[in-house]
Design a binder for this molecule. Structure first.
Ligand SMILES: CCCCCCCCCCCCC/C=C/[C@@H](O)[C@H](CO)NC(=O)CCCCCCCCCCCCCCC
Ligand SMILES: Nc1ncnc2c1ncn2[C@@H]1O[C@H](COP(=O)(O)OP(=O)(O)OP(=O)(O)O)[C@@H](O)[C@H]1O
Ligand SMILES: [Ca+2]
Length: 586
């Protein structure tokens, strides 16, 4: 009987009788009417049971309302519509059961707990938690102690909590301190806090494996510890793009049940050294300038981005650059294929096999593909040159509340590729259209001055002399060049027609010719503007313009499962229209 988890008996919820069944994978209960007919069934996957307690227990507070010896309470994941966000909100469901005897009650709690151990092998027992008290709206500490800690306690997770006192404390801790007892690391904060944890864990893993992070051709070791994100920042892009909602309870429940979502990471190098890692946005031009401007207005909190975005938009800048990229296999997927990477994504699952099936060979498939990167031959690298409003590289969709489908709506979380978005210099209204489309379902890539490529690696440099040149005059809203002036047609801008060793020059063709300033924006725009922008690397400014980036497939794992498709989950029980726990109507 110890190995057989199946248990079936009559149980009561209030004065209604239920037939409760615990099979290997599900715990379900079916209401039985007076004529012994089955009514509706509620089925909870054992993997989504949060905890089992003796007695009648209240949610969160663990306050015993009644300590009867015939009752037990089951806590589990309950889904509800998020009302606007792309994913589903998770809530803590609770059902109190009464048994005819204490013996049966003990049998139920014992079986349920054994089932939890069997079906939750990745559930964390001990977590290292970093709280940034200054992130976002400065509510991280409160969010953790009032919402997350009680859930962890209920699930029997012990946590070692560190409230940070300085930037990079979490990264340094992960690089140096003993981590042996921990199953995972949780950050309570925004993308910047996540980035610290990411850098600490990747660095620590490579140190222990004796690998050199500076070498872009090295196949890095995946991190053994999972990362959990409790969102409490300004953008929370990584949380939104991997869970689908920004909600501390949902994220805490994903951590508790030990969900596991692999994530691609881009390493950024300059002059044979690692500069940084990025998962969400490596952006030059507009996004670099917005970040640089927003740092001056941190006191505004999350609104600093809207303010700085508007100021940078009005300054109408574009930058000269040379972009080279190594395209990914176009047969596997495309950034224009209108698919979305959702929970259980088949493109990502196939990538797992591709990325890791040869990893035991000394020259793995992935390394050998990437060896083109270091070899003398330029292989399949494509090179383009011109003036850009922005150049962005993202390893995932980078959806966030500002842009619910993200920078690249069809990008994948764990396919070993990134999407390179090139926005050529254009008229300010065209660029506004591009930005505005990020806020809706309209295709931001369906514009003649935008192209998107699925890539494995990217190089960027400013044309010689640009970095040192300092400043050039800029124009206001009347600046930019029209399509005729650019001299290329719309079909050329699609990512489909790739040529071998392509070299193209577009945009303002590297001249320094100043644009005409808008008379009504003179005060704002007639100032000098730098000839080079800066790189925004997941919200940090990089100190170099010339960089080399490589995507490392599935380098880290998050306590998440990707965005759940709301439409694919069964609908509700009459009493709770929003409940999404599997309910099977008879
Ligand atoms: C007309 C409405 C246009 C709305 C355009 C929305 C585009 C939003 C795209 C957001 C992509 C976020 C990617 C994630 C990046 C994170 O790793 C990083 C760290 O948290 N966040 C930022 O760098 C923070 C980057 C924040 C960028 C915000 C840009 C806001 C632009 C506002 C432009 C207004 C123009 C108005 C003209 C009158
Ligand atoms: N105690 C601290 N004092 C000052 N800075 C800190 C502290 N702890 C962490 N930081 C730094 O604060 C930066 C921003 O934090 P965080 O990402 O949590 O919030 P945010 O910037 O508001 O949100 P987002 O990154 O989502 O835009 C991080 O880069 C982190 O390195
Ligand atoms: Ca990817």
């Amino acid at each position: 009987m110890e190995t057989d988890l199946r248990l079936e008996s009559s149980l009561w919820i209030g004065n209604r009788r239920y037939r409760a069944v615990l099979t290997g994978w599900y715990f379900n209960w079916t209401e039985v009417d007076k004529k012994n007919r089955d009514k509706k069934t509620i089925a909870v996957p054992v993997a989504e049971v949060v905890g089992v307690e003796e007695g009648r227990v209240e949610i969160l507070l663990q306050k015993l309302v009644e300590d009867t010896d015939k009752d037990f309470t089951v806590f589990y994941v309950k889904r509800s519509n998020s009302g606007g966000s792309s994913g589903l909100l998770w809530r803590l469901g609770r059902t109190q059961f009464s048994c005819p005897s204490r013996v049966l009650r003990d049998q139920w709690t014992k079986h349920l707990r054994t089932a939890l151990k069997t079906h939750g092998p990745l559930r964390p027992h001990r977590l290292l938690v970093f709280i940034n008290p200054f992130g976002g709206k400065r509510k991280a500490r409160k969010i953790f102690h009032s919402v997350v800690a009680p859930l962890f306690e209920l699930a029997g997770i012990s946590s070692h909590v560190i409230v940070t006192e300085r930037a990079n404390q979490a990264r340094d801790h992960l690089l140096k301190k003993d981590l042996t007892d921990f199953d995972g690391v949780v950050c309570v904060g925004g993308d910047g806090m996540f980035s610290e944890v990411l850098h600490g864990l990747i660095g620590r893993t490579q140190q222990e494996a004796g690998l050199c992070e500076n070498d872009p051709t090295v196949t890095l070791h995946p991190c053994p510890l999972h990362i959990g994100i409790i969102p409490a920042g300004s953008t929370d892009c990584v949380c939104y793009a991997t869970v689908g909602v920004i909600d501390p309870v949902t994220s805490a429940l994903h951590i508790i049940i030990g969900d596991s979502q692999p994530l691609d990471v881009c390493s950024v190098h300059h002059a044979s050294s690692l500069v940084s890692y990025s998962v969400s946005l490596l952006g030059y031009g507009f996004y670099g300038d917005v970040l640089a401007e927003s740092e001056k207005h941190r006191w505004m909190g999350p609104l600093r981005y809207e303010y700085s975005g508007t100021m940078v938009y009005l300054s109408n800048r574009s930058y000269a650059g040379i972009v080279q990229y190594l395209p990914a296999d176009p047969l596997l997927s495309s950034p224009r294929d209108k698919t979305r990477c959702l929970s259980g994504c088949s493109v990502c699952s196939r990538s797992t096999d591709r990325l890791f099936s040869h990893s035991s060979d000394s020259g793995s498939l992935y390394s050998s593909q990437f060896s083109q990167f270091s070899s003398d031959s330029e292989g399949d690298w494509v090179s383009v040159e011109g003036r850009f409003k922005c150049v962005s590289l993202t390893c995932m969709s980078s959806s966030c509340p500002r842009s619910p489908l993200g920078l690249s709506p069809s990008a994948h979380l764990a396919d070993g590729t990134g999407d390179l978005i090139l926005v050529w210099d254009t008229h300010p209204l065209g660029f506004l259209k591009f930005l505005y489309r990020h806020t809706s379902t309209q295709d931001q890539f369906d514009l003649p001055f935008v192209e998107v490529h699925r890539v494995k690696a990217v190089r960027f440099s400013a044309p010689s002399g640009k970095e040192e040149e300092g400043y050039e005059e800029i124009g206001g809203l009347s600046g930019g060049i029209d399509e005729e002036e650019r001299g290329y047609d719309e079909t050329e801008s699609s990512s489909g027609s790739q040529q071998h060793l392509t070299e193209r020059v577009r945009g303002r063709e590297m001249t320094n010719e100043p644009k005409t300033p808008s008379p009504f924006l003179c005060g704002l725009c007639c100032s000098k503007t730098p000839a080079a922008s800066v790189w925004n690397c997941d919200g940090e400014i990089l100190p170099f313009t010339e960089i080399l980036c490589r995507i490392h497939g599935q380098l880290v794992r998050l306590y998440a499962r990707g965005i759940e498709d709301g439409a694919a989950v069964h609908s509700s029980e009459e009493s709770d229209k929003s409940e999404r726990t599997c309910i099977l109507h008879k």
